[in-house]
Design a protein. Sequence first.
Length: 331
Amino acid sequence: MKYGKDDYVVVEVEGKTHFGLAYAKGKLLKEDGMETHDQQTIEFKSSEMLANLGKTPKIGGKVYGQTIIIYLDDLAVGWPIKVDIFREIDDREKRCLIKAFKKAKEILEKHDAFGFASCLSKIQVKPNVSRMQGAYHSKTGQEGFEDILLLTPTDLTNVDELVYYILHESSHGVWFRQLPRDYRARWSSSFNKRNDINRYGETELQELADIVVEITKTGVRFKDMMKELKSENPDEHDAFKEVIAYVKKVHHIDTEEFESLALNKPDKFKELWPVVTDNPMFKIDVTEYAMKNVKEFFAESFSYFLLGRKLPKDVVKGCKATVKSLVKTYE
Ligand SMILES: [Zn+2]
């Protein structure tokens, strides 16, 4: 069966059926997966093709069990390329989308962070099929940059939300196309710092147990200790909090009882105190989603920064430094 570049095809490879875009010879970019962050590329032989649906396949139905989502309209939004719409959209939704894209562009340009947009080969709006509200796919093909910015919002009429989604996905573009390598390393360490914070080593954790016992002896209650740690030593505060949760969960001992053990039976108290906090709890101070991986950490932080939303001090600092060092144009 024949196909051309950018035909939508259904293929069967190793017993599995896939629907997607034949973006190069023998290479299929899966349609499903665009909404997640791990969109797959499938290699296929032309003998493995079940159907060629052309460049604009019909929406809605299923072909060989594959749901076909297709292009319905495009929209000029003031970006270097038009936005392809793959869902039913009314005039009000169109106006909201245009407004949101214009606003997002304005914000990005103000921060010299719109350079990535020249790497975009597609901007797409598709139906929402999961919790994901979009995706950014970075790809360099033979003909140059072929990045795809995908939006899959549930609601197309909430402009503020749309602006945030666009900025989040754009931040992925900034990460791939405009962020100097050493800055990726900086963001990684900022992310890892948040991950490591509660992974207390054995020694540190045992020391903390001793500290807690000593402070308890002076008549200070856990509650007040927590308050003080929170301002004096947030890392210890978080570790202590995690220990209390651990003891409650594993030994069914509540805070009050644990506290009384610290005072009256310090040996028993130290016995219950975990050797390691094996629960790699993240310090969630940006968003929960930001803790998924460093790319999401950057995208959430940077889009929040662009929107002027509240962020931890070190993250704001990181964003400001990043803005100054962004590659302005990408070639
Ligand atoms: Zn993301």
